[in-house]
Design a protein around this ligand. Structure first.
Ligand SMILES: Nc1nc2c(c(=O)[nH]1)N[C@H]1C(S)=C(S)[C@@H](COP(=O)(O)OP(=O)(O)OC[C@H]3O[C@@H](n4cnc5c(=O)[nH]c(N)nc54)[C@H](O)[C@@H]3O)O[C@H]1N2
Ligand SMILES: Nc1nc2c(c(=O)[nH]1)N[C@H]1C(S)=C(S)[C@@H](COP(=O)(O)OP(=O)(O)OC[C@H]3O[C@@H](n4cnc5c(=O)[nH]c(N)nc54)[C@H](O)[C@@H]3O)O[C@H]1N2
Ligand SMILES: [Mo]
Length: 677
């Protein structure tokens, strides 16, 4: 018998789609039903979803029931990394993990334990709740979650505090849309229809991206700067606005501090100089400045492609300063948008039961280095969940060498046998969001959604909140007052959240809660959430933090051995590395025709991409969608997608962004050579 249930996609994407899930109740025998996933699609409960979802999640059944799905706990029987495991029961697996956690804590101190968790699930029950309880009570090292949005977060917060962005749907009301380092056609598809509706009404579209994305192809203006030069591009526009009397002096006087300092710093980058440094035509840059000044409502959608280099924080700050200088706030469809979830931030701290102790904090971008370092105490237990660090962190070579350490005990808790899981000592099988309870909000959507299990658990898989509670029990860390059941956990999360009462009331009536107002207008419904309520255009804390000062620009070193810059943006086929097991290889590195020709490389040739840190052997693709000097390999590849098992992350440095300690994936400098056929 088939029925349709509702759910919500918890993957790391702005859209947080509301889902309609078709389930089949196959009758196995008189008393035994097994509910299986048949298909899923978008519905309309989250207005942003608008009834459609991405192809990759539409084929989620292949993830749930595929060969790679983990169905039982496993313990390693072969050498590290050999992926030879033996099936064991949960009791054996958890006792082994608890023993190693206890031993590490007692012999080396709690800080010898490192939980490594990132974007696998944006649900509030699978991250920072019961897991945090376990690791806080063990006194484990803390993880600085910097692999993504660290630089953007630092910049946005420094200038505006946690001010919500323009609602994604409100891009429809803009007459000038700037997509800056963001590719919604792959990375948040529900932004595309509002852009198209705005353009039907005559809105202009500008894309700033070193490659011609699908939307850049149709844009009125495409600026393709060299990666990492956005700060000078944005400062040049700011300088032009001040120099031509187009800065909104009245708005700035009323709402902003640091105006003169910003103007002084922007004056270092007049358009001709910036155009040369970024390698964009000066007349196009000037046209952009003039059109932006003239247009209203004008909106800047700043993405995450901008931040992933040494100048990322200052670049994002300069981009976000634009609507302030040009006076674009205060109208529907005007301002900037990065992330909206702040409005509905869910706070799991009460579910965790206590705040984190002040133990050492380890920047996840330095995982490889940390595992190999002689710091005291060395990491003895690495507990990976909601993440696939071997596939997603920089310096894959160091991460792999760290995982190979014989004296490191690695637990990987996942839904599938990831590249990281192949190095584990114990592998624990996790349920998917269709098999467990969840509470989630999206960083682009203005809704909170409560979802419940709609299909039977696959094999012996278990949800995070059960496994971490069980580990607390085994380590004598549980307390009777701890919230434990999904409903208790949801109540605890909402009790600690800023609008929790209102959300709880709405969720009592429906599994989707919308806040009020649903589509806030910046500087009408919300102002800056800075200490004095003003925009800080030159916040001293950011200025001190950035090595070259805020709005400083550090050119990439010129090294003839590495003439190309490799970028590794999101592809439409995976979410980071999630669902990568469903993608067929071999992966292709995309080169501009001029770069391919000068190296004698033709499409589909076998090539070696080299950086200072290692090689990737894959095939070549040739397209003028990337600008000359730039090569592209998508993020999220698995080892199976290349000939030598290395992916873009092997080529990526572990240098940090100027603000926030973020990853600099797009600062990879490489050379590409043809390999014999
Ligand atoms: N299908 C899919 N959707 C996703 C994801 C996914 O992996 N797959 N990932 C999710 C996650 S975790 C995130 S953080 C978001 C990320 O989504 P986006 O913000 O779109 O980020 P990226 O894909 O990293 O890069 C966006 C664009 O920036 C460009 N870019 C690279 N370097 C620079 C630069 O220096 N300057 C400028 N101006 N542009 C540059 C790239 O060419 C790319 O087109 O998407 C989320 N959604
Ligand atoms: N080269 C390069 N690398 C990048 C980037 C880039 O631009 N370039 N971008 C980066 C970005 S933006 C991000 S956000 C990171 C993301 O990096 P990660 O956080 O490592 O994200 P994923 O690769 O999606 O891995 C998430 C894993 O969590 C598992 N999972 C999902 N739900 C659950 C659950 O409920 N319980 C448990 N136990 N496990 C679960 C999934 O099966 C999956 O294997 O990658 C970064 N890596
Ligand atoms: Mo991300």
């Amino acid at each position: 018998m088939r029925r349709t249930e509702t759910s919500a996609c918890p993957l790391d994407c702005p859209d947080a789609c509301s889902l309609a899930v078709v389930v089949d109740d196959a009758k196995k025998d008189a008393n035994n039903y097994s509910s299986q996933l048949v298909s899923l699609d978008g519905d309309h409960r989250n207005p942003l979803t608008d009834g459609f979802i991405c192809t990759k999640v539409r084929s989620f059944a292949r993830h749930v029931y595929g060969d790679e799905r983990l169905r039982h706990p496993l313990v390693r029987v072969g050498a590290k990394g050999e992926a030879k495991f033996e099936r064991v029961g949960w009791d054996t697996a958890l006792e082994r993990v608890a023993t190693e956690l206890r031993r590490a804590r007692d012999e080396h101190g709690g800080e010898s334990i490192l939980p490594l968790c990132y974007g696998g699930s944006n649900g509030a029950l699978t991250q920072d709740s019961v897991d945090a309880r376990l690791f806080h009570r063990l006194g484990a090292s803390r993880l600085a979650r910097t692999v993504c949005a660290a630089a953007t977060g630092a910049a946005a917060e420094g200038l505006y505090g946690k001010m919500p962005g323009v609602a994604l749907g409100d891009l429809e009301h803009a007459s000038y849309i700037v997509l800056w380092g963001v590719n919604p056609s792959a990375s948040g598809i529900h932004l595309v229809p509002p852009i198209q509706r705005a353009r039907k009404r005559g809105a202009k579209l500008v894309v700033v991206d070193p490659r011609r994305t699908p939307l850049a192809r149709t844009a009125d203006l495409h600026l393709a700067p060299r990666p990492g030069t956005d700060v000078v591009v944005a400062l040049a526009v700011i300088d032009w606005l001040f120099a031509h009397g187009r800065a909104d002096a009245a708005f700035l006087a009323a709402h902003a501090s640091g105006v003169d300092e910003l103007a002084r710093r922007a004056a270092r980058w007049p358009i001709p100089l910036a155009a040369k440094e970024a390698d964009v035509p000066a007349e196009l840059l000037e046209r952009f400045a003039r059109e932006y000044a003239d247009a209203s409502p004008a909106v800047v959608r700043c993405g995450w492609g901008v931040e992933r280099n040494r100048n990322g924080g200052s670049s994002v700050a300069a981009i976000l300063a634009l609507p302030a200088v040009a006076g674009k706030f205060g109208v529907r469809g005007g301002g900037y948008t990065m992330s909206n979830a702040r409005m509905l931030a869910l706070d799991a701290s009460r579910a965790a039961a206590e705040p984190a102790p002040a133990t050492r904090k380890i920047n996840m971008n330095l995982l490889g280095r940390t595992l190999l370092a002689s710091d005291e105490p060395p990491v003895r237990v690495l507990f990976v969940y909601n993440a696939n660090p071997l596939a997603t962190l920089p310096r894959q070579d160091l991460v792999r060498a760290g995982l190979a350490r014989e004296d490191l005990f690695t637990v990987v808790f996942d839904q599938v046998l990831t590249d990281t899981a192949r190095w584990a000592d114990v592998v624990l099988p996790a349920t998917t969001f269709l098999e467990h309870d969840e509470l989630r909000t999206g960083y682009g959507a203005m809704v909170v959604q409560r979802s419940r299990p709609v299909i039977d658990r696959v094999g012996e898989s278990r949800p995070n909140y059960e496994v971490f509670a069980e580990l607390c029990d085994r380590l004598d860390l549980s307390r009777p007052s701890d919230p434990r059941s999904p409903d208790e956990l949801v109540a605890a999360v909402l009790a600690a959240s800023p609008h929790g009462e209102r959300i709880a009331a709405a969720l009592a009536a429906s599994d989707v809660a919308l806040p009020e107002p649903e589509s806030p207008v910046q500087f009408v419904d919300h102002g800056p959430r800075t200490p004095d309520g003003r925009i800080q255009l030159c916040p001293p804390a950011l200025d001190r933090a950035a090595p070259a000062g805020l709005y400083g620009y550090v050119p990439a070193p010129v090294d003839p051995r590495w003439p190309l810059t490799l970028i590794s943006p999101a592809s439409g086929r995976t979410i980071s590395s999630t669902l990568g097991q469903l993608v067929r290889g071999p992966a292709a590195v995309v080169l501009h025709p001029s770069d391919a020709a000068s190296r004698g490389i033709a499409p589909r040739d076998r090539v070696r991409v080299r950086s200072e840190f290692g090689d990737v052997h894959c095939v070549a693709a040739v397209s003028d969608d990337v600008r000359p000097g730039v090569a592209m390999l998508p993020k999220g590849l698995w080892s199976r997608h290349t000939e030598d098992g290395a992916t873009a992350n092997t080529l990526c440095p572990d240098g940090l962004t100027d603000l926030g300690g973020g990853a600099t994936f797009n600062d990879a400098r490489v050379e590409v050579e043809k390999l014999p056929a």
